[in-house]
Design a protein around this ligand. Sequence first.
Ligand SMILES: [Zn+2]
Ligand SMILES: [Zn+2]
Length: 150
Amino acid sequence: MPYLDLVWIYTVSKLSLELEEAFRAAALRPTTQRYAVLEFLVRHPAHATAGDIFHAVNRSDPRASRATVYNSLRSLARAGLVREVFSDGKAARFDASLHRHHHFLCEQCGAVEDVAWFDLPAGAGRTALRGRAVRNYEILFRGICRNCRP
Ligand SMILES: [Zn+2]
Ligand SMILES: [Zn+2]
């Protein structure tokens, strides 16, 4: 068996284990549609809209209706497995939230890119956040992406 096939099989089974574990940890029943939605978001980190997700899931399983896919997206979001990255008055963009990361929004082409996770220096924002218990945070950087820069 070629090496690449082995890597592929390993990656696929590792992903399915990771997804199963995520459902277990969130105490959410992994229905076929929920699984398909989460798997799509993990495999396509381009921050799809609900419409994109519906088209992709429906293409591989024509029985998946728009309502089922949207409901699955909502249940996944409620369970914390998926989150709305931002919407900016346009269609909301979604992301699987299995791994913490920040985002970069290109103000020219609208691309939303992942930015590797890093912690803020201790004490950052202490004045502004006084009295609030911070549970989590993420940063949305805005600017011009590599493709759009002259
Ligand atoms: Zn751009
Ligand atoms: Zn992301």
